[in-house]
Design a protein around this ligand. Structure first.
Ligand SMILES: Nc1ncnc2c1ncn2[C@@H]1O[C@H](COP(=O)(O)OP(=O)(O)O)[C@@H](O)[C@H]1O
Ligand SMILES: [Mg+2]
Length: 248
């Protein structure tokens, strides 16, 4: 059993964190079981940093942990709150605050045309057609994919798909973005495009990744192993421990 939880790093200063983007995600004695098998062991934790990396071997509980934050997975025991909102009792409000970009973002793009898919997230919000169009154009520009607005979703490259999925989530205005292995299977050019976009996000961002250079420079990194948080701190230190865990 590995247990070398490190000293937590101090929260970063508000000016570095981007002022009002200091959000608070709290896990209190949170456990998740699937069919009686524990995927995440009792976890108590508070996350306020702006850039948080999540690493660990396949099956270590990373996705389960991340899905708890926007209520896609509910705790079997304990609670998870996002700025005081409980992911079980305030699930709709939490979904609006925490956007999740899946490991296979092509599954997230529902409509065949990129711009239509992004606009789709804004329907049923009482916005005028012109306002939806303006917001869609703005987010396409923001992500550097305005030229893809009328392109077919299934014709995009891996990196373009990732950016389109991010744009379709960001347009709905979440304060927190969770990305599950965003550079997985991308070539170097697409990886660069996606990693630069992630670096430019103003939201609090949690990134699950096996791409260790991507999270180097983050404010805080969490290492999961066999459903437990086993290291928590600055990237260098936690990545070093990951190497030890992986080769055990
Ligand atoms: N919906 C589910 N039903 C049953 N078991 C699951 C489910 N989701 C995850 N698990 C199990 O929980 C463990 C952790 O999975 P996961 O959080 O996906 O790990 P990671 O993202 O680190 O690869 C694995 O053993 C996995 O098989
Ligand atoms: Mg996963």
């Amino acid at each position: 059993m590995i247990h070398f939880l490190s000293t937590k790093i101090h929260p970063i200063e508000p000016d570095i964190a981007g002022g009002d983007h200091r959000l608070d995600i709290r896990f209190a004695d949170c456990t998740v079981s699937f069919s009686g098998r524990i995927a995440l062991h009792s976890l108590t934790l508070s996350l306020t940093e702006r850039r948080i990396g999540i690493i660990g071997l396949n099956g270590s509980g990373k996705t389960t942990f991340a899905r708890l934050i926007n209520g896609l997975v509910k705790p079997t025991a304990g609670t998870v709150t996002v700025n005081g909102l409980d992911t079980v009792t305030d699930d709709k409000a939490v979904l609006g605050q925490a956007g999740f970009i899946f490991q296979n973002p092509q599954n997230q793009l529902i409509l065949p045309i990129v711009g239509d898919d992004i606009a789709f997230g804004l329907k049923n919000r009482g916005l005028s057609k012109a306002a939806i169009e303006a917001k869609t154009q703005a987010v396409l520009q923001r992500f550097g994919i305005a030229h893809l607005a009328r392109r077919r979703v299934h014709e995009l490259s891996g990196g373009e798909t990732q950016l389109a999925a991010m744009a379709s989530v960001v347009v709905t205005g979440p304060d927190i973005l969770i990305l599950d292995e965003p550079t997985n299977q991308l070539d170097l050019k697409n990886r660069k495009m996606v990693s630069e976009t992630i670096a430019s996000l103003e939201q609090q961002t949690l990134v699950i990744s096996h791409d260790l250079p991507l999270i180097d420079g983050f404010d805080r990194v969490l290492l999961f192993h066999e459903g437990r948080l086993v290291a928590d701190g600055a990237p260098d230190e936690v990545i070093r421990r990951y190497h030890k865990v992986a080769l055990c």
